[in-house]
Design a protein around this ligand. Structure first.
Ligand SMILES: Cc1cc2nc3c(=O)[nH]c(=O)nc-3n(C[C@H](O)[C@H](O)[C@H](O)COP(=O)(O)OP(=O)(O)OC[C@H]3O[C@@H](n4cnc5c(N)ncnc54)[C@H](O)[C@@H]3O)c2cc1C
Length: 439
């Protein structure tokens, strides 16, 4: 314990690094639940990217929208994320997906993943949201000699379906991309990007609020019941009627929405941010200031902060609860194993949040029990949540643009699973072992 604490700086904070920026720390303008009208066209449950994106699309179509957030707006994963942005193809790979769903559906959703990425980049630019958007590219390292061929094979398969460039980087050349000898070559995806997620979130809140969405904080929705063709949305201090309800609770989906909870596997993901470091040290880790990941099952993801002064390093946390005492130590050791040059770097920030996996490794969108939903982004949710939020709103509006190939994937749970992933520790152990064996 003493050794661990010594690695933290005197400024150590158990909070997302993103909120250091004072421009995003000020509370967004919210709506008092006492002032809510008796009914709205659409009630949205969950105040993250999905909910905000849906709210903006609906309010712009002239609907009356109330969004309910259990905690503070953005207090879920959306301001805790690494902010890495890409098309997020499923980790099952082209072959894996095709085996389950057939060629046409899989190719269509791979193409749509790229559309989703392009849409968000364009939206941020059109709306002039200041969120440090950078098309910095991403390096994905092969963590085992046998993984390199698989990475290249995967890129070749994708290239037959979409225009998604990937540059091969051999082990001999990799120091130009990453300052670690722990990889066996890798690929660069030059069109991937990154954002400062809390700034993006703040920008969405400003648009939604200015254009008339009622954003209600500290108001967990307890039940939603259908009565006389309307939904009654109940919270501790009252209720509101709504023509439609959107569930946008992702990794934080609770018992009030058990039909979704039992289809999702909530997993905690954590990040640390180093103290400010000289540019030479940052570039010794990421010479081209890119985002980074690897082929390991329990892989780490990392990037320089948008100002290029810190390394932000993320990976697994431990258990369902928030245990910075465990994960900050684990992540720092992981980082130093990859980058011994960071041995003396102290940690200023450590934080975590919940993501939602699905049993089939694809995100889901659609309607269940009359409730609209978009969720299950499997850890790659910055682009997906914003895009799916818009899509689900278009569905509520009955627009043809609301059609998405992702609605064709059946959203299934498992028998006797009710949302408590008791099996995760065993799966994590298996992944740890598989990583050590290079499987
Ligand atoms: C540490 C970490 C790093 C990540 N890194 C990346 C990354 O680099 N790139 C990437 O693409 N993705 C990343 N992700 C994933 C991404 O952040 C999420 O997929 C995305 O933010 C999900 O957005 P959301 O709006 O659907 O859910 P959230 O932002 O989690 O919002 C859901 C909200 O619902 C609220 N809620 C739940 N129940 C109720 C209720 N009954 N009533 C009212 N409100 C309720 C919660 O309080 C929560 O605020 C990361 C996630 C984490 C945690």
């Amino acid at each position: 314990m003493i050794e661990m604490l010594a690695k933290h700086s005197s400024n150590y904070t158990h909070a997302p690094y993103w909120l250091e920026d004072t421009s995003v720390r000020a509370a967004p303008a919210t709506f008092r639940h006492q002032d809510l009208p008796a009914s709205v066209d659409v009630a949205i449950v969950g105040g993250g990217f999905t909910g905000l994106s849906a709210a903006i699309t609906l309010i712009r179509a002239g609907l009356k929208v109330a969004l309910f957030e259990a905690g503070h707006l953005g207090s879920g994963a959306s301001t805790r994320t690494g902010g890495m942005l890409g098309p997020s193809f499923s980790k099952l790979g082209v072959n894996g997906l095709e085996r389950h769903y057939g060629r046409d559906q899989v190719h269509a959703s791979i193409k749509e993943s790229l559309v989703a990425f392009d849409w968000l980049v364009k939206f941020i630019r059109d709306e002039q949201i200041e969120c440090d958007l950078q098309i910095c590219g991403r390096f994905r390292g092969a963590s085992h000699p046998s993984h390199y061929a698989g990475l290249v094979e995967q890129a070749n398969q994708l290239a037959k379906i979409v225009d998604f460039p990937a540059i091969e980087v051999s082990r001999n050349e990799q120091l130009q991309e990453v300052g670690s000898n722990r990889y066996y070559g890798g690929l660069v995806y030059p069109t991937d990007g990154a954002v400062q997620p809390a700034k993006l979130f703040r920008g969405l809140c400003q648009i939604a609020r200015t254009e008339g969405a009622m954003l209600v904080e500290q108001t967990p929705v307890r039940t939603v019941q259908k009565q006389n063709g309307q939904f009654s949305v109940r919270f501790d201090t009252g209720q509101i009627n709504a023509g439609h309800v959107i569930i946008a609770t992702n990794g934080y989906t609770g018992g009030a929405f058990s039909q979704f909870k039992r289809r999702l596997i909530p997993i905690r993901s954590a990040m640390i941010a180093t103290q400010e470091l000289p540019e030479s040290v940052i570039r010794s880790v990421s010479p081209k200031l890119r985002c980074h990941g690897s082929t390991e099952r329990l892989s780490a993801y990392y990037r320089p902060s948008p100002d290029g002064k810190r390394i932000l390093f993320g990976g697994r946390a431990f258990g369902r609860g928030d245990r910075p005492d465990l994960y900050s130590h684990y992540l720092r050791n992981f980082m130093v194993r990859l980058f011994p040059q960071l041995e003396t770097a102290k940690i200023d920030y450590a934080w975590s949040g919940l993501i939602a996996y699905t049993f089939d490794h694809v995100p889901h969108i659609g309607e269940l029990d009359g409730l609209h939903y978009a969720m299950g982004y499997c850890g790659s949710g910055v682009g997906r949540s914003n895009y799916f939020g818009r899509k689900i709103a278009q569905k509520v509006l009955g627009l043809a643009e609301g059609r998405t190939t992702f609605e064709d994937y059946p959203f299934k749970g498992r028998p006797f699973y009710y949302g408590n992933p008791w099996f995760l520790p065993a799966i994590m152990k298996w992944h740890e072992l598989a990583d050590r064996m290079g499987l």
